[in-house]
Design a protein around this ligand. Structure first.
Ligand code: PHE
Length: 331
């Protein structure tokens, strides 16, 4: 085999050896003596120079020298990589003095935080927490609450219909009926949940929002107790100084009825947060409670508006568009 081809074959052999070489120092010494030792393959090639024709000798000498240099360099790289595995080149080194990247933490949504504050306040004065259906028949959402079919009061809340007899509930008051149908008096519940209205959307109204319903039924219940309960709630939610007022109102399922407004510091105006009243005797009769014995009060409050007033949030739509910059402020 001509010397030139022998040089190529030693090179290829070396490359294959070094590629598959186990990373263990005693064996790397064997590799070194096999190729680069005094009697190694490269030295053997040099000794064949005497057989090369004199005109080819300079070129062959060059080839052999560069083989020796290349193998030596590769060998040294291999040794270096065994001694310092995974070592990075200087331009990708880690600067341990740089500040780290803080992981982004999730947080409880501000509506959920508000709702849990509300639940705690009512639980502290003896209310239990119950839930009910968001999709309901019009009997529970309307008729049983003293809002007959074709009555103009049905237009007080613009309704999403699922079919002629089924609605997305327009308020949590439907659960008043479910609770009273399933349990004998006395009862005292709050009912948090989502409600839906096909309303014009604005800074204070959205097509979906949350309410907390309250219902208390007992043998002697007065409007004074209702006022006391709601004042207790407002004082614990907003503090002793916050402007609050009761205003006479109308709901088919309560008589008398009222609404409560809270002073909006930002807009310098009153904002309604709840409707309430003494449960209408017709409603008690509809669920089979004897309205000569049992009386009660009920209320329904808007969770978004309470959060807006408490945290100075100026647009109800902020609760729903999932903007991290908004949500982070309440983490
Ligand atoms: N359901 C009424 C509303 O959504 C609020 C309310 C509840 C009023 C209970 C009186 C009693 O507007």
């Amino acid at each position: 085999m001509p010397l030139k081809e022998q040089i190529e074959s030693v090179r290829n052999q070396f490359l294959a050896d070094i590629e598959s070489f186990p990373q263990a120092p005693p064996l790397i010494d064997q590799l070194k003596s096999k190729y680069l030792g005094r009697k190694g393959l490269v030295a053997q090639l040099f000794s064949k120079m005497s057989q090369v024709k004199s005109e080819d000798r300079p070129r062959m000498g060059q080839e052999l020298n560069s083989l020796k240099i290349e193998l030596t360099r590769q060998f040294e790289n291999k040794v270096a990589s065994i001694l310092a595995p995974g070592k990075r080149s200087p331009d990708e080194a880690i600067d341990l003095t740089l500040p780290g990247k803080a992981p982004r933490l999730g947080s409880v949504h501000i509506l959920e935080q508000t709702l849990s504050d509300m639940k705690e306040i009512f639980k502290s004065i003896g209310f239990h927490v119950a839930y009910g259906p968001e999709v309901d028949d019009d009997y529970h959402n309307f008729s049983a609450l003293n809002i007959p079919e074709h009555h103009p009061a049905r237009d007080m809340q613009d309704t999403f219909f699922v079919d002629a007899k089924t609605v997305l509930r327009t308020h949590t008051s439907n659960v008043q009926i479910h609770l009273m149908e399933n349990e004998d008096p006395p009862i005292r519940y709050i009912v948090p949940g989502r409600v839906y209205r096909n309303e014009a959307i604005s800074y204070k109204s959205y097509c979906l929002f949350h309410q907390v319903e309250g219902i208390y039924i007992n043998k002697r219940v007065s409007f004074g107790e209702l006022k006391g309960c709601l004042e207790y709630f407002v004082r614990h939610m907003f503090g002793a100084e916050r402007g609050m007022r009761f205003r006479p109102s109308y709901f088919p399922f309560t008589e008398p009825s009222a609404e409560v407004d809270i002073w909006d510091e930002e807009r310098q105006e009153w904002l309604e947060i709840l409707g309430c009243g003494m449960v209408d005797p017709n409603v008690l009769d509809n669920v089979g409670y004897d309205s000569k014995i049992w009386h009660g009060y009920a209320f329904g409050m808007g969770v978004e508006r309470i959060a807006m007033l408490k945290y100075n949030i100026n647009d109800i739509r902020l609760f729903y568009n999932g903007d991290i910059r908004f949500l982070e402020q309440f983490a």
